[in-house]
Ligand binder design. Structure first.
Ligand code: BEZ
Length: 241
């Protein structure tokens, strides 16, 4: 290490919610990509996993691949990364398809790109290396990036904990619903549940809303108003089949 301070800063630098997603060029299992240029107009989940040929990662890839169509229908593309080489990625994904049966999933073909990042260039740019956990493996990072290339949600998990993919799907749908209808979503929100109007921070508008409530709006107090939004309204606005 030539200059430990610079090295440490690079490892710990990480983009934040609201930042433009850092650009990179990479080799993947589906060819070369320019990020985020190649993904303009789509939501993206960019996620890292610690290593190929490991059990938690295998269970995650099988789950994500089996849900890919559902994410794509919500205009969301998947993009994986680990600090492994292309041939390791290819061999691991082939083994998954040919040999692994898990929770009723079998013959699973991972069609979304998996980035090779032997140099750790991308992992470092995105703060996916957490030396307290491992300095040679990426943690399980999840970046949800919008069609304008802006980071909208970041979630991190340690090496030993497999992600909840229902939650990742819920995040994508909730963000799109918030954008489309200018609302916010309460704790544990799912399509069909009441939404919050207007988004947090617009207290003056909430007071007005409270004074002119209609049958679809309910105010718990001046700062907390919800309105009904049925599941079809949400899904019709977001899901493309
Ligand atoms: C796994 O995916 O099983 C795993 C990877 C790295 C460390 C621990 C578990």
């Amino acid at each position: 290490m030539e200059n430990p301070e610079i090295e440490t800063k690079q490892i710990f630098s990480m983009p934040r919610i609201g930042d433009k997603a850092p650009a990179f060029k990479a080799v993947t299992t589906q060819g070369e990509i320019q990020f985020p240029t190649d993904y303009e107009g789509s939501w993206v989940i960019l996620f890292s996993h610690p290593a190929d040929f490991t059990p938690v990662c295998t269970s995650e890839f099988m789950t994500f691949a089996s849900l890919e169509k559902q994410f794509n229908e919500a205009n969301c593309k998947l993009l994986g990364l680990s600090i492994d080489g292309l041939y390791s990625h290819i061999a691991w994904l082939r083994t998954i398809k040919e040999k692994i049966e898990f929770k009723g999933m079998k013959d699973i073909e991972v069609k979304f790109p998996l980035i090779e990042d032997i140099t750790m260039e991308v992992a470092t740019k995105y703060g996916m290396i957490m030396p307290g956990e491992s300095s040679t493996k990426a943690v399980r990072a999840v970046f949800v990036i919008d069609p304008n290339g802006v980071i909208r949600t970041i979630i991190y998990y340690p090496l030993s904990l497999g992600r909840n993919f229902d939650e990742l799907y819920r995040v994508v749908i909730a963000l799109q619903t918030a954008d489309k209808f200018n609302i916010a979503t309460p704790a544990d929100w799912r399509p069909g549940d009441d939404v919050i109007v207007p988004p947090a921070g617009s207290c003056g508008v909430a007071k007005e809303r409270m004074d002119s409530q209609d049958e679809n709006t309910h105010c718990y107090d001046w700062f907390f108003c919800t309105k009904k939004m049925d599941k079809e309204t949400v899904l019709n606005a977001i899901i493309r089949k």
